[in-house]
Design a protein. Structure first.
Length: 249
């Protein structure tokens, strides 16, 4: 009787280990092939994405590279079943300077294009990108109170999105003309005066196609910062209900 009981306990232990192993493999598989959750820690994509937003990123949108997998193992180079990013996509990518930090910005420039900022206005291939002034807004960005002007910008091809500007003069409002190399993309934040993006060549610069992780698809949770995702007891007062299940545009 004693031996049978010990054997049953041992078998139950290994059954549990196998179950956990399969659960981990399934979770990694979903994260690699299908979708991966991300949260927004900074205000560089305001007003499209707010600090405290949680969103799903689709892995199949651009195909798969080593950065599609946890810890970016160097198993292969390039992309498998790649579909090129489109102008206006909001995409997560690995920062080119270290190939491990996740960034999220909007695709502005495609391979071979010329991008420049002049007086705070965006120029693509020498043509000014039209924008429409909508309103003045006031909000707290982290610890500071911000007064900004909201515009609707229309990119070549017709895709529209909102941007914010809150400084009359910003170092990134006037730049040299950038020529996007083949196989690379020029990324910018929608919060134009508060975004470290491709305009800063030494820190972000041009993003290789291989570094793309996926396209932002849908907001599944959003909190104003008074409660974390796991602090269920604080959700009633912290959740931004109007942002739940919203598509990222």
């Amino acid at each position: 009787m004693t031996e049978h009981t010990a054997s049953s306990r041992t078998g139950g232990f290994w059954d549990t280990i196998r179950t956990i192993g399969w659960a981990v493999l399934i979770a990694v598989g979903i994260r690699t092939i299908a979708v991966e959750p991300f949260n927004i820690p900074s205000g560089s994509m305001i007003p499209t994405l707010l600090v405290g937003d949680y969103l799903f990123v689709s892995k199949w949108s651009y195909g798969y590279s080593r950065h599609s997998m946890p810890f970016s193992p160097p198993l292969f180079s390039g992309r498998i079943a790649g579909s090129e990013p489109q102008r206006g996509d909001v995409a997560v990518f690995k920062l080119p300077v270290d190939n491990k930090t996740d960034y999220i910005k909007r695709v502005i420039g495609l391979p071979g294009e010329r991008i420049q900022m002049r007086g705070g206005r965006l120029f693509i291939n020498g043509r000014e990108v039209p924008r429409e002034r909508l309103r003045e807004v006031s909000y707290t960005d982290g610890w500071q109170q911000v007064r900004a002007v909201e515009y609707r910008e229309t990119l070549p091809g017709g895709r529209q999105h909102l941007i914010h500007e809150f400084r009359d003069s910003d170092p990134l409002d006037n730049t040299p003309e950038f020529v996007v190399p083949p196989g690379h993309y020029f990324m910018m934040g929608d919060n134009r005066d508060n975004s470290q993006d491709s305009r800063v060549l030494s820190l972000v610069g041009y993003v290789p196609f291989e570094n793309f992780v996926g396209r932002a698809e849908i907001l599944f949770f959003s909190t104003n910062g008074t409660a974390a995702l796991w602090e269920i007891w604080g959700w009633p007062s912290a959740i931004r209900y109007d942002r739940l299940l919203q598509w990222v545009r």
